[in-house]
Design a protein around this ligand. Structure first.
Ligand SMILES: Nc1ncnc2c1ncn2[C@@H]1O[C@H](COP(=O)(O)OP(=O)(O)O)[C@@H](O)[C@H]1O
Ligand SMILES: [Mg+2]
Length: 377
């Protein structure tokens, strides 16, 4: 995938900006608080997803304005030797709740605007944001989210299945809670209902876990190889899926723990309790990894996510790397800089010295004003 050009109006602190990215690397440098992440976030919105910083639509619009507008030209990859793909034009509007048209809408090639979520799959991107460092140190929920979000992007059916699983789980928890609170349905009725819900959970849960396992078979070896290169073999990364059941075993597990769940008044097992264990030299990275190592783990995962998506869909996602080089030693920086030359990559940095030797496009962001930096030689 490639972004050919982007124009931004009234987006966060950016009044008006135009970006003409390089084929490979585009660097956005500038001091803190100038709007670098804002620009990456604007590119990310073209995926149709929500802001990676969790910003609500209203926060994305420049204070005092009703609308933000993004206009982008994008182009899909073609196999070697084929005619280049026709560029697509995306026009996205973000309206505040007070605007004539609140929310995010996108029109592709002049067609009638649709909800931005309908863009899903038309501009694939992978983002690294320093907030993602919590993938290593944070709760299992974040790691499950990482897996599930990637799977939702890759397989449209996954989201529907996942939602169905969550809905049934909520029904089950409500039933268990009420029985624990003594608001008793007749015993037999409660049990029958629980069995019906468990049957549905077992079928959905098996299918979802199978997708997660298949995806990890692609992702894990790549992520670990990325880590080996990034760290020059200083330590070895490995990934283990902490499953609660072997394939085909969820129905039995749910039966086995039914009494316990009734006593506890809540669900105690299923794919919503599984985890992705990240290990460095066989020790949990959650406990032992330094700042730089955490960053390396997350980057290795993110680059593997992009490569896995490319393998599955044939389209290599654009890489958006926010503040990626800080806390990395020289060897790791150099390796990353080579990766950035392979696919279209956008990086932000407070320190442009790392990029002076690269042949990418360099921009400077100052108080929401974007200027191209002309490099010599
Ligand atoms: N809706 C908005 N309207 C105007 N300014 C905003 C809005 N949202 C964020 N900002 C400003 O954007 C700046 C932060 O930009 P950011 O891209 O995070 O900086 P950095 O260059 O450090 O990545 C802050 O000064 C913040 O006040
Ligand atoms: Mg920033």
């Amino acid at each position: 995938m490639r972004l050919l050009s982007l124009e931004v109006q009234n987006y966060r602190n950016i009044c008006a900006a135009r970006l003409e990215p390089g084929r490979e690397l585009t660097v956005i440098c500038g001091n803190n608080g100038q709007g670098k992440t804002n620009l990456l976030e604007a590119i990310w919105l073209l995926t149709g997803g929500k802001s990676f910083r969790g910003g609500k639509d209203a926060e994305l619009v420049r204070r005092g304005e009703a609308f933000a507008v993004l206009e982008a030209d994008t182009q899909r990859d073609r196999p070697e030797g084929c005619e280049p793909a026709e560029p697509a034009h995306i026009r996205m509007t973000v309206g505040t709740p007070e605007a004539a048209k609140p929310g995010r809408y996108a029109a592709v090639n002049g067609a009638a605007p649709k909800r931005a979520a309908a863009l899903a799959g038309s501009f694939p991107a992978v983002v690294f944001d320093p907030g993602h460092l919590s993938l290593v140190k944070g709760a299992p929920e974040g790691r499950r989210k990482f897996l599930d979000a990637a799977l939702c992007q890759l397989y449209p059916g996954y989201l529907a299945s996942y939602r169905r699983y969550v809905r049934v789980l909520q029904q089950k928890n409500a039933l268990l809670r009420h029985s624990a609170n003594g608001q008793e349905r007749p015993y037999a009725e409660k049990r029958t209902l629980l069995e019906v819900l468990n049957t549905e959970l077992a079928a959905r849960g098996e299918a979802l876990q199978q997708r997660r396992r298949e995806y990890l078979e692609l992702l894990a070896p790549r992520a670990c190889a990325n880590y080996a290169e990034l760290s020059h073999g200083a330590e070895r990364m490995s990934i283990r899926y902490a499953a609660q059941f072997a394939p085909g075993g969820l129905a039995a597990l749910l039966r086995q723990r039914q009494e316990e769940e009734l006593r506890a008044g809540q669900s105690l097992c299923g794919i919503h309790r599984e985890d992705l264990e990240l290990l460095l030299d066989d020790q949990p990275a959650r406990v032992y990894a330094s700042q730089g190592q955490q960053r390396s783990v997350v980057l290795s995962l993110k680059m593997a996510e992009a490569a896995a998506a490319a393998q599955i869909t044939g389209e290599h996602p654009v890489l958006l790397l926010d503040d990626v080089l800080s806390e990395l030693d020289e060897g790791r920086k150099q390796y990353l800089l080579t990766c950035m030359k392979e696919k279209q990559t956008f990086v932000t940095s407070c320190d442009d010295t790392d990029f002076l030797k690269t042949d990418g496009e360099v921009y400077r962001m100052d108080g929401g004003v974007l200027n191209r930096v002309w490099q010599h030689g």
